[in-house]
Design a protein around this ligand. Sequence first.
Ligand code: HEC
Length: 488
Amino acid sequence: MTARALLAIASSLLALLFSSSLVAQAHDASVANHQPHYYDVEDFGIDPDSVTFADHIAPILQRSCQNCHRPGGGGPMVLMTYEEVRPWAPIIKYRTAIRDRMGAMPPYFLEKDIGITEFKDDYSLSDEELAMIQAWADNGAPRGNPENEPPMLAFGDGNEWSIGEPDLILRSGDFSRPAVGPDWWGDIGLVPTGLTEDRYVSAIQVREVNDIPADGDTGTVGGRYIVHHMTYNSGVLSEDGTEVVGDTVSWPIHEVGRNADIFSEKAGRLLPANSALHLEATHMHSNGRETSAYVEFGIKFFPVGYEPQYSRRGPRTGNGIDIDVVPNKANQEFHNYVVLQEHTKIMAFEPHLHAPGVRMCMEAIWGHNQFTLNCVGYDHNWVKQYVYEDDAAPLLPKGTILHTIGFLDTTRANPNLADARNWAGGGRRSVSNMFIDLGYSVSLTEEQFQEEMAVRRANMKDRNDYDVSCPLCWAPEPVDQSLAQGND
Ligand code: HEC
């Protein structure tokens, strides 16, 4: 055997040994090599000739598409009736098969073959649903029996609150942008809440109200709004009412197209008596039409007397500063490591990169283990937050190293990129880059951590059942040393 053959064997053994830790990195994230996910519907026990709009496709469109692809929704065309859907069949087949990469429809880029799969409001398609769409499109998109079509969904005018009727609606001052002008970025002031007692928020939704007519001749989301995004916090108003003072609470960022935030029942956020929202940083842009607008905040509260179980925020991950993005190169990686100082429950993962971003993964390194919690594709046209189901949210012991990995592609294959030729560093502008997880986590006490794990264990069949979100679930429970000594 030659030395080279020996080397090959040794390195494949090594690869086997470390394969579990290589899973996330070994992935080819370059846009040029994105592979659509095509399936054979017969593998799901379905006769391809039997797949019809009425029986199979309409229910998928109702659940996962029509919220946007309806009159007044954000999508470019309506996908409600058979006549509306039929011409799009081949493109629907392609866009849904992209699944977890930029350009995918519906825009929910979770990689389903790795890590945790239970998320709130997950409207992505299953393998079987993709297979049905593909068989249907390949078969000439037959209608089937119209009598089998589900009743049409009724939608409002698009102005209703997705969180339901708010308990409190707050309104910013008015602002405007000229038809043409430079982008604007700055503080747009305070919004007093008028609360006379402390209340905990269960949900918050932010929306821009402006004077652009609903049927305005704009085909783009950017043409329908002037606020691009806004960061804001809250705190108690100073005596003269000109600033917020003391501890402030920061709220999830508002971005065009971002969903409302529904907080965990265990982690409501405080809006104290005599507080105000401080709209500290808003990015506005001109859209070709002189526009006046304000932003509205729809807020729902937990009942009076509610106290959150978890109020301490976990750490932020990512690196916004020393970023070095080289031109015209696929599969560039950013890495960030945070050592958890407390037991931590991760409630939501929200990758935030800029135009070169194509994917982000989150791994937990604990003891000898390195495991992937999740990987999601990234498309800078969309703001996506992935909120874990409460009983699937990662429960990580203190000392865990949380590792986030951003994947970038600055080649011409990436359609989001303005120019493939330039080096870029970190910064706030779209031509600069970011690498952060805007999701959120909470710190748990030892007692809370043990309680959460006991609930998880009760859901598992036996000790051989492994839950990637709970690495310590089957570890021996810590013994109270003081009691043990007292028994001597
Ligand atoms: C959250 C809103 C949203 C959801 C949900 C959504 N879409 Fe879209 N869709 C859009 C927007 C906005 C665009 C245009 C921008 C783009 O192409 O990314 C689009 C584009 C498309 C296109 C390409 C149109 C063209 O001109 O080529 C197709 C096809 C499509 N969607 C099909 C679907 C299907 C099928 C579903 C459900 C399985 C779906 N979409 C779910 C918002 C949505």
